[in-house]
Design a protein around this ligand. Structure first.
Ligand SMILES: *Cc1c(COP(=O)(O)O)cnc(C)c1O
Length: 483
């Protein structure tokens, strides 16, 4: 591509955009076709990627095809291939063709959807998609926009949890903490297995880490509601104010399912805000047979799950629901003169800027719209079931092998397991399989033992990939044991 098409404006012309846009899409399609040839875990050393980049920015624009070429030379070596079907680490951040195309369209429209008036479609499609998802997952009626609550897209579960905590803080101080300051007698409860984002939220919300109570778990690593209740009572006796409980449906470490109903009954009796964090596992409820994971959810004040983990929607997209939208809006709403407009004042529209921390917002519901319409509810269900079945199959191989054991019985698509040779053998095994480039796994600690985790959730993971992973683990373990 010559640079002669550049006009004196320096802009990329529509003709150039058309050409390079097609090349970019081709590049991505080729990438997916060849993705299994790359080592799943990037093998570069710290600083290696920066060392390949020029020290200073170019004074004059460069031809775009050179930029495209440098993706392969300078960037790809530093990519850990989250979209490889051999990616089993952490939790998935899967994606799909329709989602990527929606992301492109969102960028092309370049909409900033802070208020209804700034692009009515951005707000109304979002409200509609969150209601569709409430129907698809069979969420409690009160989370729908037609009821007292509603849903909003947040960037991440971390932001959703923080928003829920801020609303809980305001509700329990009669929306006065901004007049009298944050009271540091507000207490937050979660299990010892809760995601680190809750500790971060407690710090940011001004409650202080010392007001976070981590409740012990049972042998399945789920919160023990009896201990929660006892702790709440002890705090009340000490003159403190129990404010917020976070229950997790599918903990990050081991996929444990906190008993939402029992926790919810305690919260209802005590008048405490219950937030349910189902960041990855919430997607499982697309299939009716897995909906027991949300038993008791009608007792929750708020709920979130991440389509950007397991629902074929590229990062970022967290769906956050509240049962009483007024509490959220009262927490976040401010109205400077420059944002005043007739639609807002009429009260007939939603302004999502009042539903979260930041003002500006992207047109993310396009991704949900494209994904749901492409797959249909049945298509999404098919893939969720397949992932769960593959994980269960892997678990059955582990259970049948005398050299390996399951750390817990896996409820859904995450298998926690270990070689019986002890922590050092498992550590070496993990290092060796990840260095092979053939797959990527991560670990956790359960009962103070080094535990391997295999999570099935990448869009294109098939039985052959899970089988290869198991064979590699077994043969590598045999080599380690022999040396
Ligand atoms: C992944 C995860 C989070 C954090 O998700 P972000 O969207 O990255 O903030 C929080 N809670 C649970 C249970 C998770 O699995």
């Amino acid at each position: 591509m010559s640079t002669t098409e550049h006009t004196s404006s320096f802009h990329m012309t529509p003709g150039e955009f058309r050409q390079f846009g097609k090349e970019m899409v081709d590049w991505i399609a080729d990438y997916y076709e060849n993705i299994e040839q790359f080592p799943v875990l990037s093998q570069v050393q710290p600083g290696e990627i920066r060392a390949g980049l020029p020290d200073s920015p170019p004074q004059n624009g460069e031809p775009f095809d050179q930029v495209l070429q440098d993706i392969e030379n300078l960037i790809l070596p530093g990519i850990t291939h989250w979209q490889s079907p051999n990616f089993f680490a952490f939790f998935p951040a899967n994606t799909s063709g329709p989602s990527i195309l929606a992301e492109l369209l969102s960028a092309g429209l370049g909409v900033q959807g802070m208020m209804w008036i700034t692009s009515p479609a951005c707000t109304e499609l979002e409200t509609h998609m969150l209601d569709w998802l409430a129907e698809m997952l069979d969420l409690p009626e009160k989370f729908r926009s037609s009821s007292t609550g509603g849903g909003v897209i947040q960037d991440t579960a971390s932001s959703a949890t923080l928003s829920a905590l801020l609303a809980a803080r305001e509700r329990s101080t009669n929306y006065s903490s901004n007049d009298i300051g944050v009271e540091n007698n507000l207490i937050v409860y979660a299990s010892t297995q809760t995601h680190s984002s809750i500790e971060k939220a407690v710090k940011i919300a001004g409650l202080g880490k010392k007001n976070l109570r981590l409740i012990e778990v049972d042998e399945q690593f789920a919160m023990r509601p009896g201990l929660l209740k006892a702790q709440i009572q002890a705090d009340r006796q000490a003159g403190l104010v129990p404010c917020f409980v976070c229950a997790t449906v599918g903990t990050t470490s081991s996929n444990a399912l906190d008993p939402v109903r029992e926790i919810g009954e305690i919260c209802a009796q005590e008048g405490i805000w219950l937030h349910v964090d189902a960041a990855m596992s919430g997607t499982a409820a697309l299939a009716p047979e897995y909906r027991l994971i949300q038993d008791g959810l009608e007792l929750a004040d708020s709920y979130c799950f991440n389509p950007h983990k397991w629902m074929f929607t590229n990062f970022d997209c967290d769906c956050f629901y509240v049962s009483d939208r007024a509490s959220l809006i009262k927490t976040f709403s401010v109205l400077p003169e420059y944002l005043r407009n007739k639609a807002t004042e009429s009260g007939a529209v939603i302004d999502y800027r009042d539903w979260h921390i930041q003002l500006g917002r992207r047109f993310r519901s396009l991704k949900l719209w494209f994904v749901i319409r492409h797959y249909g509810v049945e298509g999404l269900r098919f893939h969720v079931r397949k992932h769960v079945n593959l994980a269960q199959q892997f678990a059955s191989w582990v259970a049948a092998d005398p050299d390996f054991e399951l750390a817990v019985s896996p409820p859904l698509n995450l298998v926690c397991f270990r070689h019986i040779g002890g922590d050092e053998v498992n550590r070496q095994l993990l290092e060796a399989v990840n260095q092979s480039g053939k797959l990527y796994l991560t670990h956790t600690s359960l009962d103070d033992r080094f535990t391997l985790r295999l999570c099935v959730g990448q869009t294109n993971t098939e039985e052959e990939h899970v089988r290869q992973a198991w064979e590699l683990l077994r043969s590598t373990a045999t080599n380690i044991s022999q040396t």
